[in-house]
Write a protein that binds this ligand. Structure first.
Ligand code: ACM
Length: 540
């Protein structure tokens, strides 16, 4: 049912039984919850409410206080539900993963009671409570009496940050994680490695960070000789810092999926360790051709296995992203050893060679109980048309791999699904946060539906969810990230959480207003006309 008909039904019901009119009785939450039942009356809690959170939810008291204080509340934590104004218990809430049922009552204690299906459900109940309770300016926070039964449409609701092209650091990552939990997003896809910079400490390969982290995207304008002058100190995360961020995300129910790019996008690591580069006979070309790992060399095998072993130990996600996108195969085509290897192994095309390498990495990860995800080039399909990277591969991607669709015809995504792969739908035209607002306005971001209309429900069930991608070429500053991210992240949160029947753009714009006030107060939202087409420039 469309939300307009729900609203019409509610308006009629209120008119019939003397309840407040629908406009007054709306519950304002982003992302829109699954089922909202409004009843007569107002639920009220004191501005300094007593809050109980079931110990089974394993939610730290300071965390709960900080999230509820985002709404202006000044909570204290109590150890008994019966003594609480707001109580969150664990049990059968919505009956779905990450779900909860929230009941707001008038004249009953606790006035606000949530039953969460699991830990994330409890975290999300806190966020919904923080969004719906509003100060009455007389010492209380109130909301319409209601029950909300809520769970997500998709289990994968991601925000991706590219820190290779520009490094932003721990404080910036943490504040983005805070906005993700506000919007019930649960996957932080961390693009830590690409040509402009290597951003994660790997023990045994110190030059990855001592050399590979010294630059960023600006070096393309400054010239290669300035490689080491962009970040003369350092621009990477130590393993200790990574652990701190992983823990910060976990406290917010967010899994971090790290991305380590293979076989291309590897200038930083191959400048640090030239022996990882595929050599070509011509000295000029050896300098100028796009970087591409020498995936058949023992040195590469040792490097990638050492790196991935440490990555797997640092990130409890059990899923590692290995990139796989946009490989330019010129180096492989000019390298005799690669060509001999391909002949010996029956690999007819360079995409075959890439698939062979990716499947080997998949086998390595599988032994560690970890799944591989990659951009949709890893299917071996002809994603791009440019010469040299447009062939189809005859090698089959391992069936356990997850495909992240970003480019090419949506038919390629459907083909992968029909072959049985799980897929994350990040179609670049709909989900790339680096695209300007003229090309990808808020309304388009909001109207993105990760499902495909012409797939069966069983086939669509292979879609794990969606991600929005904050690529970093043109976002050197926090302000620029804010401008590109907010408010579109709200639309992507709802694309991931809310079933399409409950989505309505005009209502979304209404529900976003209080969140935008919070962003403005934090200085995140840059005050641009957020719903205007054609905005291309960030504020200075
Ligand atoms: C990509 O945008 N190259 C995945």
């Amino acid at each position: 049912m469309k939300i307009s008909s729900i609203l019409f039904g509610l308006a009629t019901a209120f008119a019939l039984c003397g309840l407040p009119n629908a406009a007054e009785a709306q519950i304002t939450v982003v992302p829109q919850p699954r089922v909202v039942r409004l009843h007569q009356g107002q639920a009220a809690v004191p501005a300094a409410p007593k809050v109980y959170v079931d110990a089974k939810a394993k939610i730290n008291a300071a965390y709960t206080i900080s999230r509820l204080s985002e709404a202006g509340l000044k909570p204290t934590i109590v150890s008994k539900a019966a003594a609480a104004d707001i109580a969150i218990t664990m049990g059968k809430g919505s009956g779905h993963k990450e779900g909860y049922k929230l009941t707001l009552s008038a004249g009953k204690s606790p006035a606000v009671a949530a039953v969460a299906d699991d830990r994330n459900g409890a975290l999300y109940a806190i966020e919904t409570i923080a969004q719906i309770l509003k100060s009455d300016n007389a010492g209380h926070y109130t909301a319409n009496v209601c029950t909300i039964t809520d769970w997500p449409q998709f289990g994968w609701r991601a925000y991706m940050l590219d820190e290779s092209r520009h490094f932003h650091g721990m404080a910036n990552v943490k504040r983005l994680l805070d906005e993700m939990i506000r919007l019930k997003m649960n996957v932080f896809h961390w693009h830590l490695v690409d040509s402009p910079g290597w951003r994660i400490e790997i023990k045994g390969y110190p030059k990855l960070t001592e050399v590979g982290s010294l630059s960023d995207f600006s070096h393309y304008f400054l010239g290669a000789e300035k490689w080491k002058e962009v970040h003369p100190d350092r621009a990477y995360y130590t393993q200790k810092e990574i652990k701190e961020i992983v823990a910060y995300a976990a406290a917010r129910g967010i899994t971090i999926i790290p991305e380590i790019e293979v076989p291309a996008h590897c200038d930083a690591s191959t400048i640090a360790y030239p022996e990882l580069q595929t050599p070509v006979p011509n000295a000029e070309e050896n300098k100028s051709l796009p970087a591409l790992y020498n995936v058949i060399s023992p040195k590469f095998k040792k490097f990638i296995e050492t790196t991935l072993s440490q990555v797997v130990a640092l990130f409890p996600s059990k899923i590692v992203h290995i990139g796989g996108d946009e490989a330019n195969y010129a180096r492989w085509s000019k390298n005799e050893d690669i060509n001999k290897f391909m002949q010996a192994h029956g690999l007819k095309t360079y995409p075959d060679m890439q698939l062979y390498a990716i499947n080997s990495i998949q086998k390595f990860l599988e032994k560690k109980g970890v799944k591989l995800i990659g951009w949709n080039e890893i299917t071996g399909d002809n994603v791009h048309n440019e010469a040299g990277r447009g062939e189809n591969s005859a090698v089959s991607l391992d069936p356990s791999a997850i495909v992240q669709f970003w480019d090419g015809s949506p038919d390629l995504a459907k083909k992968a699904i029909r072959k049985g792969y799980y897929l994350v739908n990040s179609n670049c035209h709909d989900t790339y946060l680096d695209y300007n607002y003229g090309v990808l306005p808020l309304e388009r971001a909001y109207n993105f539906n990760p499902y495909f209309e012409d797939l069966t429900p069983e086939q669509n069930a292979k879609i794990l969810g969606t991600g929005c991608q904050m690529w970093g070429e043109w976002t050197p500053t926090e302000e620029r990230i804010n401008f590109q991210t907010f408010p579109r992240i709200g639309a992507y949160a709802e694309d991931g959480w809310t079933n399409v029947e409950n989505k309505n753009y005009a209502d979304f714009v209404r529900r976003m207003a209080p969140i935008e006030q919070i962003w403005k107060a934090k200085g995140y939202f840059c005050g641009q006309p957020s719903y205007t087409m054609g905005v291309t420039a960030a504020p200075k």
